[in-house]
Design a protein around this ligand. Structure first.
Ligand SMILES: [Zn+2]
Length: 341
């Protein structure tokens, strides 16, 4: 099992290093505690997915900002967990033979896995004296705006989401994700900082972290409703097995052809009846709920080969990379989250 490296200072070189060279400063997953003026501490995890390197750049920017004469003058105590350094050095999300670092937190179906045991050690250390908030920094593929993901809808989590962007996502699966492990402990959010290195995602995350460093407490007033649009994942769209597919702007004959600039639909409402693809077969796309239930006939309509939705939904996580589409999915369909009052 990989050993957790636990330290209370930052090597100077960490501030400049490229994620692919991270093992030159940390040979194994590393938990750093930096003492600051205020308690309780802010917990931030980066590189749980090795190739999502914005988190590293964000923390380099934050640390540089508070560096004074070779040490750090932080307004609040900070825990920083640098996760899958091995995968980062290989430029991968994770290694094939290990449990995903973001499926290994308390609640994981695989608590016996070495990664889960390492994470349990992290949890034990960071929760000893309470936490102000927990942030997990990620990237995704495709033209997605930066957005936060929260698993519990309460005022503090809504505040975290709204400060990052005007749109936030509510999620409850898969099990073992970092943010869910903090449900009973402190406000917690996953920051999806757009594609790796995306400047807007970095800028927004830096601003949020800086704010949390200085805040005495979360605002007491409820968040105005129009400050945040919360959505949840209502369905996943996958290409049916064996179906040939392509994009309108491409040469070739496909059983499924997605309209021009398909990714322009990302995070915008796709109206009922708005055609987004053409097909020569009956069911080229399968829609399922998160639990796998097939709901294709409930939400998709195929009218003489023109595909559209039966109700307005918001596609997200669209990628134009055919390899990712086949491995993962074509896109998610989001629906507005309504709180029960
Ligand atoms: Zn990730």
């Amino acid at each position: 099992m990989e050993r957790l490296n636990s330290i209370d200072q930052i090597p100077e070189r960490f501030l400049e290093i490229n994620y692919r060279d991270i093992k030159e400063v940390f040979e194994s997953p590393t938990l750093i505690r930096l003492k600051g003026d205020k308690e309780p501490a802010l917990f931030i995890s980066i590189l749980l997915h090795g190739n999502e390197f914005s988190g590293l750049q964000i923390m380099q920017e934050i640390l540089k900002k508070y560096q004074v004469d070779g040490s750090y003058d932080l307004p609040r105590t900070l825990w920083l967990f640098v996760g899958n350094v091995e995968a980062a050095s290989l430029g991968l999300r994770r290694q094939d033979n290990e449990l995903d670092f973001n499926r290994a937190w308390p609640g994981t179906p695989h608590p016996e896995a070495p990664t889960a045991q390492l994470i349990a050690e992290v949890m034990e250390k960071i929760t000893e004296n309470g936490l102000f908030a927990a942030l997990d920094l990620h990237n995704n593929t495709g033209k997605n705006p930066p957005y936060g993901c929260i698993s519990i809808v309460n005022e503090k989590n809504k505040y975290l989401s709204s400060f990052f962007n005007h749109i936030g996502m509510v999620f409850h699966t898969p099990k073992g994700v970092s943010t869910m492990a903090f449900d009973e402990i402190c406000p917690a959010i996953t920051l999806e900082c757009s594609t790796p290195g995306n400047p807007l995602g970095i800028e927004k995350a830096v601003a949020l972290i800086d704010d949390l460093m200085h805040m005495e407490h979360f605002p007491d007033k409820a968040l105005p409703e129009h400050d945040l649009q919360l959505v949840y994942n209502s369905a996943v769209l996958k290409i049916a097995e064996g179906v040939t597919f392509g994009f309108e702007e491409e040469q070739g004959e496909f059983e499924l052809t997605l309209t021009n600039n398909f990714d322009r639909h990302n995070f915008t409402r796709l109206e009922k009846g708005e055609v987004f693809a053409h097909t020569t077969i009956d069911k080229p796309i399968i829609a399922t709920l998160e639990n796998g239930t097939d709901i294709t006939d409930d939400i998709l309509i195929n009218e003489n080969g023109a595909l559209s939705l039966k109700k307005p939904l918001m596609p997200a996580m669209i990628t134009l990379d055919k390899r990712i589409i086949l491995q993962d999915c074509l896109c998610y369909l989001l629906e507005e989250y309504r709180e029960k009052r």
